[in-house]
Design a protein around this ligand. Structure first.
Ligand SMILES: C[S@@+](CC[C@H](N)C(=O)[O-])C[C@H]1O[C@@H](n2cnc3c(N)ncnc32)[C@H](O)[C@@H]1O
Length: 312
């Protein structure tokens, strides 16, 4: 993990109190901390840094849960294609990430890409912001994103059919400078950052994947600057009881505070209507982006991800 991040980190277990973390480094390569711990002087938590990856989940188990589908090899391959299929010269690739990035204005400050997966949106934003932090719960995704950041290339095994695969090498374009990007492991519902640290906050295709969607929104709102901030939110709203209790969904219901469509409820929340996400946001644009995930060469998922772009 790049040392520069220490400026914005806070202990996720102590939230809403914000305590800086102190580094205890055993191995370092230039400004990259490779092995060691980040310690909270208040609660005594020690968050490990292993092989350059900082594990900043509040209950830092040290690795992603192995039963999570996001830790499996086929899903890693699917997401690498979904994020970088265009760089693999695949005619089936979709331009979703450049469309999302196109909604954000460039400017000074730090961008946070919450649920960054294998990093495409973070790299896109590295051309527009001073620094970008991608944060995700999947160790396998964060490892792949860091590998791309450091080596700038990665062999990818794409499933063709059954056990048949096609080997491709992914090369990052010159203009994505890995020097102003970092990827860490953490929870979107307890972001390990101090309040107001970010001038751009993005959450793409994540809210229907977390157990407490409102907690995630509040955290995104907390870490965004009170003024001079942009927010990009996008999701297909595939609510599922396997992920979150129905009472915690922010849409997809006929009754209750969040009856109706998720995107409309999120827009209302951003406008400050329920006084949950203050200071209120000004809605600049909303619409949808078509996003594609590839399972194998004859099987794709086409997803309408509904976005809202806001600023304050
Ligand atoms: C559907 S994928 C979307 C990934 C990426 N934002 C995109 O649009 O391609 C959901 C991502 O959220 C991550 N995720 C799930 N729960 C999370 C949590 N509680 N905190 C952080 N990331 C989480 C998963 O590991 C996965 O990378």
């Amino acid at each position: 993990m790049k040392k520069a991040l220490l400026e914005v980190l806070a202990c996720p277990l102590c939230l809403p109190e914000e305590h800086r973390l102190k580094e205890n480094i055993r191995m370092q390569r230039k400004d990259d901390m490779i092995e060691g711990y980040l310690n909270c002087p208040k609660c005594g938590s020690a968050y490990p840094i292993r092989d350059g990856i900082a594990f900043l989940e509040p209950l830092h188990s040290g690795e992603g849960k192995l039963d999570s589908k996001y830790e499996t090899i086929p899903v890693l391959s699917s997401y690498l294609w979904s994020h970088y299929g265009d760089l693999m010269q695949d005619p089936e690739a979709c331009p979703a990430y450049t469309e999302w990035a196109g909604l954000v204005r460039g400017g000074p400050g730090i961008c946070i890409d919450i649920g960054s997966a294998v990093g495409r949106f973070s790299f896109e934003m590295s051309k527009k912001c001073d620094f970008v932090i991608g944060i995700d719960k999947s160790a396998s995704f964060i490892r792949a994103a860091r590998e791309l950041m450091i080596l700038r290339r990665k062999p990818v095994s794409l499933i063709q059919e059954g056990l048949l695969t096609r080997e491709v090498t992914l090369d990052l374009p010159e203009e994505w400078d890995g020097a102003n990007v970092e990827f860490i492991l953490g929870d979107a519902q307890a972001l390990p950052f101090r309040s107001g640290a970010f001038s751009v906050a993005a959450s793409l295709n994540l809210i229907d994947k977390v157990p407490f969607p409102m907690k995630h929104l509040k955290e995104m709102n907390r870490v965004a600057k009170a003024t001079g901030a942009q927010l990009l939110f996008s999701d297909p709203f595939s609510w599922s009881k396997d992920v979150a209790k129905e009472e915690d969904w922010l849409g997809g219901k006929t009754t209750g505070t969040y009856a109706g469509k998720g995107i409309e409820n999120i827009i209302d929340l951003l406008r400050g209507r329920k006084r949950q996400l203050l200071p209120e946001w000004k809605i600049e644009k909303h619409g949808h982006v078509w996003w594609k995930i590839r399972t194998h060469c004859n099987h794709f998922e086409l997803i309408r991800s509904c976005f809202v772009k806001a600023s304050r």
